[in-house]
Design a protein around this ligand. Structure first.
Ligand code: ATP
Ligand code: MG
Length: 451
């Protein structure tokens, strides 16, 4: 993309309504625009990152054997009356009437709808196990929407639902989700720590939240610093293997890590003092096992191997796809702007032309652009007639991990400058070598698919 043809409405001033850095930077980098409280338009740069995050979530869900699908945002109240949640959900549910005076709602989550689909089409244990998921807009009429996309009213969420014959099978589904979530967040350059949590209005006994440590997080968290040494890395795992998934769960949850809701001070004090940490965290996902809560209420049964009908065991599993943009920025920025991890960057590499209109500089930039594109990368070429300082400031603000700077002086010696946004370190290389280096980085740390 050539910046002169893109839509990137960056702000010079800090917007006064933004209280935290991610909100401020998303507004300044022209990624989002508020349309009303807690509801945002996703401008091109924000949309690009949102789609990359979404594609990583899809990849890892599909890898774990979960099936993508899509349910509507508008639902009839009837199913929610069956489960008892139409009354119980309270004011967070946005309710409305259609022209026939029927009660409708904007989906805050979809346990009822998926259970209805299940009971209509599945009647035998032979069709289990089954896990389906969607990535879809949700609406919760939060009392205090704030911090930009972190606590919106309309937000984008991955919600998955597993159906299993027995509790053991459903717990395997739970463990499988935990493993797939660890991989998902790591691909985005994030460390998200699974913490035992409270189940809230979804209900159920087993639940873990995934928290990204950040000073601006809304949850207070207590943990053994040893949990931050754990990484999933690029290990291969067989998602069908009960032992392997269980092993990963145990590895990642055996050290103390709790939110304030489930914190147990007596247990915490048994951790050696130098490893005890009290901090803040952003919830980027949650997994639940809730047994037969919805299948009992809504009559979702299957015939077991013995011919008897039994209610299915279920769980649901969510990732805050739009909140993740804020969480990633909170975890990765400096005083100049965002520092995108390679996994989610909107463009792979910036090209800054120090002397737009100079024949040689323009030609070198065009060649770099063509070479990066031919290698399958998506560069952003700042081809505006602007001062170098302004171009650097924009690149730093929007946070592309790599920048190639091209100027007549360097070209005389056959070199351009390759700069890492994260370290600020630059090196002079021939244009070919610079391209090679950037291509190699993304071979090692591929970015989610996008457009
Ligand atoms: P919270 O405690 O932050 O209100 P929740 O526990 O009610 O969230 P879940 O039902 O677990 O949310 O939804 C799954 C994920 O969706 C959460 O882990 C979070 O990342 C995201 N999410 C929930 N509410 C919002 C919101 N208002 N804005 C943006 N993301 C949200
Ligand atoms: Mg939650």
């Amino acid at each position: 993309m050539r910046l002169s043809r893109y839509f990137l409405p960056v702000l010079k001033e800090n917007p006064s309504e933004a209280q935290i850095v991610s909100h401020r930077l998303m507004l300044r980098a022209g990624m989002i625009k508020q349309s009303s409280a807690g509801i945002y338009s996703w401008l091109p740069l924000g949309f690009k990152v949102l789609k990359k995050i979404e594609s990583i979530v899809h990849d890892e869900q599909i890898r774990a054997g979960h099936i993508p699908m899509q349910m509507p945002t508008m639902q009839s109240a009837d199913l929610w009356r069956e489960s008892g949640r139409y009354e119980a959900y309270g004011q967070e549910m946005l309710r409305m009437k259609d022209r026939h005076d029927r009660d409708m709602l904007f989906t805050p989550t979809a346990e009822e709808l998926i259970t209805d689909i299940f009971r209509a089409h599945v009647s035998s244990y032979k069709d289990l196990p089954l896990t389906m998921y969607q990535i879809q807009w949700k609406f919760r009429d939060e009392i205090r929407p704030r911090f930009g996309v972190m606590r919106g009213r309309e937000f984008y969420m991955k919600d998955g639902y597993n159906f299993d014959l027995t509790k053991e099978d459903a717990l395997h589904a739970y463990n499988r989700h935990l493993v797939s979530y660890l991989r998902t967040y790591e691909r985005m350059g994030l460390q998200a720590i699974p913490m035992r949590a409270d189940s809230g209005p979804i209900g159920g006994d087993d639940t873990h939240e995934f928290l990204v440590l950040a000073d601006t997080g809304e949850s207070e968290v207590f943990y053994d610093s040893a949990v931050t040494d754990l990484t999933f890395g690029d290990r291969e795992i067989d998602y069908d293997s009960v032992e392997q998934c269980q092993g990963v769960l145990e590895e990642f949850t055996s050290k103390y890590a709790r939110t304030d809701e489930t914190h147990d001070e007596a247990v915490f004090l048994q951790i050696p003092e130098e490893r005890r940490r009290v901090a803040r965290g952003i919830e980027v996902g949650q997994i639940f096992y809730f047994g037969t809560k919805y299948s009992d209420a809504m009559g979702a049964t299957v015939q077991g191997p013995d011919g008897k009908n039994v209610p299915v065991h279920m769980g649901s599993h969510g990732i805050g796809v739009s909140r993740l943009l804020g969480a990633i920025i909170e975890a990765s920025h400096d005083d100049k702007g965002i520092v995108w991890p390679e996994g989610v960057t909107p463009f792979h590499c910036g090209i800054v032309n120090l002397k737009q209109g100079d024949e040689e500089a323009d030609a070198a930039c065009n060649q770099l652009y063509a070479a990066l594109t031919a290698a399958g990368l998506d560069p952003l070429y700042d081809d505006r007639k602007e001062r170098a300082g302004g171009k650097f400031a924009t690149m730093d603000l929007i946070g592309l991990p790599w920048r190639i700077t091209v100027g007549p002086r360097g070209l005389k010696n056959g070199v351009v400058e390759l700069t890492s946004r994260r370290t600020g370190e630059s090196e002079e290389l021939s244009p070919e070598e610079a391209v090679k280096k950037v291509v190699a980085v993304y071979k090692k740390h591929p970015t989610g698919r996008g457009f």
